[in-house]
Ligand binder design. Structure first.
Ligand code: NAI
Length: 339
């Protein structure tokens, strides 16, 4: 079942202020003092499946941790400074590491424009993860996700620690946006709207499969406008923030939802999310990372679902996606090999 737990109330449904986590689960956030990192850490503090929250950043993590630690849920929160001991202690024992470290877009920038800065940040953090928590599930938020995820895989391969079942590019914001935007077109409850979004996480690599929703009738200009809004929704936020960054609050919500899905899966529930993982679906076309519906299990990726039946229009979208995605993935790989 592709169940979308799409509302804040659902995320917090099982929260009890005095409840303790059902099992000890340490979650680390790298980039925790940033625009995404702070609200994401706050939402993770409200998740009773988290027993320990480790907040790491190159600046400001202890302050964020002190602030969040006063919230009356049972988990422990600690902030870590950018020292070898700081990153080691933040990561040791972590079952989940969420990485929103890096710079966000400014108006006029594509996600690929962030590559030069974020590639080395993600590479170095991945090295630290491979050293201190090689078994952890890694959730990559830092853009460009289409390239940063392959970067992490190459780093882990070089360290002899790679498990493709445990590496995820977080594309949940595309899913969240798609269900919200389609509900606005159709005047429906967004929580009830399920829109698979496959491919990657930037521009035309984002492929919403509207034919598999409860509104396959959307066509013509309305369909084109909706698809464009889902693909380029991030630009609306970048423009509105006018130089002050990109989506942070909605991204924190989406990241917290994806982390919650993995925590549920670790407890034995089967959860399906669209996410960008190493995938056999288009490997023959030279695209070996791809976002599609994935059943999550205790070990991470349990089953990768094919895209399924799509119409002619979506076939064209997919073609454009694969073309770009292939280059984005290669760019990530080449970076690790040559740096
Ligand atoms: P931000 O600039 O507000 O925060 C980034 C944080 O990372 C800062 O606190 C900074 O000190 C920290 N940082 C930088 N280098 C670091 C390092 N080596 N180790 C640890 N921390 C480090 O940026 P924001 O808005 O939080 O965005 C973060 C990233 O998330 C950007 O790359 C952005 O493009 C991406 N993003 C991804 C989305 C997705 O759907 N996957 C959606 C929106 C943004």
């Amino acid at each position: 079942m592709f169940a979308l737990r799409n509302t804040v109330s659902n995320i917090f449904q099982k929260r009890a202020f005095s409840a303790s986590a059902s099992q000890a689960t340490k979650v680390a956030v790298l980039g925790a003092a940033g625009g995404i990192g702070q609200p994401l850490s706050l939402l993770l503090k409200l998740n009773n499946k988290v027993s320990d929250l480790a907040l790491y950043d190159i600046r400001g993590a202890p302050g964020v941790a002190a602030d969040i630690s006063h919230i009356n849920t049972d988990s422990k929160v600690a902030g870590y400074n950018p020292t070898p001991e700081g990153i080691r202690d933040a990561l040791t024992g972590a079952e989940i590491v969420v990485i929103p470290a890096g710079v966000p877009r400014k108006p006029g920038m594509t996600r690929d424009d962030l590559f030069n800065t974020n590639a080395s940040i993600v590479r170095d953090l991945a090295k630290a993860c491979a050293e201190h928590c090689p078994e952890a599930k890694l959730l990559i938020i830092s853009n460009p996700v289409n390239s940063t995820v392959p970067i992490v895989s190459e780093v882990f391969k070089a360290a002899g620690k790679y498990d493709p079942k445990k590496l995820f590019g977080v594309t949940t914001l595309d899913i969240v946006r798609a269900s919200r935007f389609i509900s606005q077109v159709k005047s429906t409850d967004p929580a009830a709207e399920v829109v698979p979004v496959v491919g990657g996480h930037s521009g035309v690599t984002i492929v919403p499969i509207l034919s598999q929703t409860s509104h396959p009738d959307i066509s013509g200009e309305a369909r084109d406008a909706l698809v464009n809004r889902i693909q380029f929704g991030g630009d609306e936020v970048v423009k509105a923030k006018d130089g002050a960054g990109s989506a942070t609050l909605s991204m924190a919500f989406a990241g917290a939802r994806f982390a919650d899905s993995l925590l549920k899966a670790a407890e034995g529930q089967e959860v399906v999310e669209c996410t960008f993982v190493e995938s056999p679906l288009y490997a023959k076309e030279g695209v070996d990372f791809f976002a599609s519906k994935v059943t999550l299990g205790k070990e991470g990726v349990k089953e990768i679902h094919p895209v399924g039946q799509i119409n002619e229009y979506e076939t064209e979208l997919l073609k454009a996606c694969l073309n770009d995605l292939k280059k984005n993935i290669q760019k990530g790989r080449d970076f690790v090999k040559s740096n």
